[in-house]
Design a protein. Structure first.
Length: 163
């Protein structure tokens, strides 16, 4: 499985349950990368989606410790093990961990690639992604050009786990 994440310059990813600075091109990129695959996400990230609804056209696996929680259009799991078991047999290139912080950190050991959108801005953040440039076992395998949208610079970088 792979990670899809948008990070700010300090690897911040969110504030008060949401993303403080959004780049439209990143949202398009997210849709292209995740395609019709499976997404794994935390219950708090689901809350931030429009209407709190799972993403259409994809299998949505939502992590919560709440035994009563259900959501139309999503499958609910209650542990990392259960999430991993739920995607066994799927093409690993079509399974994407899409946040938030707690889910990224717990599922990172199972991930081989991270599709990172680097947004060159540094808004206040209370949720962070590990700085992949500092982690020995990860490297930037593909670095796209720096682009600009409404004065905000951004860049798509694919990180891979070293062999
Ligand atoms: N920049 C990006 O690309 C990006 C992407 C996604 C999210 N975000 C940001 O990340 C922030 C949210 O991150 P977060 O860490 O607070 O929340 P989160 O990871 O989205 O969700 C946390 C919730 O997931 C459930 N959970 C986590 N681990 C679990 C486990 N092992 N077993 C069962 N359930 C588990 C729990 O739900 P219950 O409380 O229901 O038990 C927990 O409260 C927001 O600011 C959001 O905007 C950013």
């Amino acid at each position: 499985m792979d990670i899809v994440v948008a990070v700010y310059e300090n690897w911040g990813i969110g504030l008060n349950g949401s993303q403080p600075v959004v780049v439209k091109a990143d949202r398009r990129h997210f849709r292209e990368v995740t395609g019709t695959g499976t997404v794994i996400l935390g219950r708090k990230t689901l809350e931030d989606f429009p209407g709190g609804k799972p993403l259409k056209g994809r299998r949505n696996i939502i992590l919560t410790r709440d035994a009563e929680f259900t959501v139309e259009g999503g499958e609910v799991v209650h542990s990392v093990d259960e999430a991993v078991r739920a995607v066994e047999g799927e093409d690993p290139d079509q399974v994407f961990v899409i946040g938030g912080e707690s889910v990224y950190r717990q599922l990172m050991p199972y991930c081989r690639r991270a599709f990172v959108t680097k947004i060159y801005d540094e808004p206040p953040a209370d949720a962070f992604f590990p700085d992949l440039d500092e982690l020995e076992e990860w490297h930037a395998a593909d670095t796209g050009p720096v682009m600009t949208e409404e004065d905000i610079k951004y860049q798509f970088i694919t990180y891979e786990r070293k062999e």
